[in-house]
Design a binder for this molecule. Structure first.
Ligand SMILES: Nc1ncnc2c1ncn2[C@@H]1O[C@H](COP(=O)(O)OP(=O)(O)OP(=O)(O)O)[C@@H](O)[C@H]1O
Length: 424
C-alpha cells in the first residue's frame, strides 16, 4: 500500500448464504431434508478500490447494491470471502445506529465505553466528555439509560462520540438522515471541518446534493460491483440519468399493467390508467353538452407507447379520441397542464394554434405534438377539452389523468428554460 493510500481494497468478494425459507413438510422435517439448502448471494463481487489520505469519498447506488457491506468490511464488522483489505489509520464509524451502546447504561456511561472502544484513555475521555455532551444537545437526558432514547437521540450521541475521538478515517452510513435538519447541518459542518483537517471520509448517503457538495470522488455501485467512479458532479449526473431512465421504464411497466388490469375489470391498478368512461368523472370535473364527446385521451412517448411517465427533453404527443354526436359549426380542442397542486402551467388549443376546424370526421383523433417536453421533474395533471366556436363546453374534462416527468435539469420549479449565465 502506498503512503498516500489509507484504505486499499483488492479483489474483494463477500457472499451471504440465502437459506431456503419455504416451510418444510412434516416428512421433510423428520427426515431433515433441505435443512442446509442455501445459495450464495454476492453482495460484493471482485471489488478493488484505493482511497487516499484526505479524500472524501461518497458511495452511491440503489438499495442492496453493497454499499453498507463495503463499509462493514472496511471496519472489520464483516470479513471478505476473498480478496484483501488494508486500512492504515484510526477508524471511527457511524455505521449501525447505536451499535456499541449498552441499552441499560446512561448516555454518559456509554460515552466512556464507546470512546474507549475507539482507543481513548479515561483521562482523554474526561477531557472530551463535556464537548461530546454539548454537541449531542442531549442536556439532562445524558443521565438517562439510552434504551429510553429516540432514534434521533441515539444518532446525536453516536455522532458526537464518533467525531470527537479524533479519527483519521471516518465512515458514515446513511445515519445522518435520522436527525432533524438543524442537527444534520451541524453534523455536515463538522464533517466539513474534518475534511479540511485532512481526515479521510467514506460516506454512504442517498442525499445526492450533499454528496455532490462534500465529496471529492463518488463511486457508483450496482449489484456488488463498481459501475463508475470519479468526479462527484459527473458520476452523480450519470447515476441520476440512469435512475430517471429506470423510473420511466418502471412506471411505464406499471402503467401498462394497470391499463390491462383495468381493461380486464380488475380494480385498484397501482397506477391510475386514463379513465375512459364518462361515469368515472364527477360533474365538477367533467361538464359540457356532449354534442362532441371525448372518448379517450393518452400521452404517447417517443416510442409510440401510451404512458404516464415522461423523460424531459423527449418528444411527446397528447392524443384525444373524439366522437361527434351533433355536428357543430366549429370545433376547438384544447389541452392544459397543471401542477399536482392544480395550478395551471400551460394551456393551448386548436384556435390559438390557428387550426380552424369547421368540419371534422364523425370519429377521429386530435393530436397535440410537443417537440420537446420541458417540464422539470414532478407530478402533473392533464386537462383535455373540446368546445364550440363560441367557447361553450362540449366536453371538458379537468385533471383527466396524472403523469410524472423526470428531468436531468436540477433547476427548481416546473419549467426548464433554455439559458446561460454570464458575468460582466
Ligand atoms: N447479513 C446478511 N445476510 C444476508 N444478506 C445480506 C446480509 N447483509 C446484507 N445482505 C444482502 O447483501 C446485499 C447488499 O446489502 P447492503 O446492505 O450492502 O446494500 P446497500 O447498498 O447498503 O443498500 P441500502 O442502500 O439499502 O442500505 C443486499 O441484497 C442485502 O440483502
Amino acid at each position: 500500500m502506498s503512503e498516500q493510500t489509507v484504505i486499499s481494497i483488492k479483489n474483494v468478494s463477500k457472499a451471504f448464504k440465502i437459506y431456503r425459507d419455504k416451510p418444510l413438510t412434516i416428512k421433510e422435517k423428520f427426515l431433515k431434508l433441505r435443512s442446509n439448502e442455501y445459495s450464495n448471494f454476492y453482495a460484493l463481487n471482485d471489488v478493488s478500490l484505493d482511497i487516499k489520505k484526505g479524500e472524501t469519498v461518497g458511495l452511491i447506488g440503489h438499495n442492496g447494491c453493497g454499499k453498507s457491506t463495503l463499509l462493514k468490511l472496511i471496519t472489520k464488522i464483516l470479513y471478505p470471502d476473498s480478496g484483501e483489505i488494508e486500512v492504515n489509520g484510526r477508524i471511527s464509524s457511524l455505521i449501525e445506529l447505536g451499535a456499541g451502546f449498552h441499552p441499560d447504561f446512561t448516555g454518559r456511561e456509554n460515552i466512556y465505553i464507546n470512546a474507549s472502544i475507539f482507543g481513548l484513555s479515561r483521562k482523554e475521555i474526561d477531557g472530551k466528555v463535556d464537548e461530546i455532551i454539548r454537541f449531542s444537545e442531549l442536556g439532562d437526558f445524558i443521565e438517562n439509560p439510552v434504551r429510553t432514547y429516540s432514534s434521533g437521540m441515539y444518532m446525536r450521541l453516536a455522532f458526537s462520540v464518533a467525531i470527537n475521538v479524533n479519527p483519521e478515517i471516518l465512515l458514515i452510513d446513511e445515519i445522518l438522515s435520522v436527525g432533524d435538519a438543524n442537527f444534520q447541518k451541524k453534523c455536515y459542518d463538522k464533517i466539513e471541518g474534518f475534511k479540511n483537517n485532512g481526515a479521510t471520509i467514506v460516506i454512504v448517503a442517498h442525499d445526492l446534493g450533499t454528496l455532490e457538495k462534500i465529496c471529492d470522488r463518488v463511486i457508483w455501485m450496482n449489484a456488488g460491483k463498481i459501475v463508475e467512479q470519479g468526479d462527484a458532479d459527473r458520476v452523480i449526473d450519470l447515476y441520476t440519468q440512469h435512475m430517471n431512465k429506470k423510473f420511466v421504464e418502471q412506471t411505464q411497466k406499471e402503467y401498462i399493467n394497470g391499463t390491462m388490469k383495468q381493461a380486464s375489470g380488475d380494480e385498484n391498478p397501482q397506477i391510475a390508467a386514463p379513465k375512459q368512461s364518462e361515469l368515472e368523472f364527477s360533474e365538477d370535473i367533467r361538464w359540457g353538452s356532449k354534442e362532441v364527446e371525448i372518448i379517450e385521451a393518452r400521452i404517447i412517448n417517443r416510442n409510440g407507447e401510451s404512458t404516464n411517465a415522461i423523460s424531459a427533453g423527449e418528444p411527446v404527443t397528447i392524443e384525444i379520441d373524439y366522437k361527434v354526436n351533433k355536428p357543430q359549426k366549429e370545433y376547438i380542442f384544447g389541452v392544459g397542464f397543471y401542477t399536482s397542486e392544480r395550478v395551471l402551467i400551460y394551456g393551448n388549443n386548436t384556435e390559438i394554434g390557428k387550426l380552424k376546424l369547421r368540419s371534422i370526421q364523425p370519429r377521429g383523433t386530435v393530436k397535440f405534438q410537443i417537440d420537446e417536453c420541458n417540464l422539470l421533474s414532478g407530478h402533473y395533471k392533464l386537462n383535455v377539452a373540446v368546445v364550440d366556436g363560441d367557447h361553450r363546453a362540449l366536453d371538458f374534462i379537468k385533471y383527466y389523468m396524472d403523469f410524472s416527468v423526470v428531468s436531468n435539469d436540477k433547476a427548481v420549479g416546473v419549467l426548464s428554460i433554455k439559458h446561460h449565465w454570464e458575468v460582466d
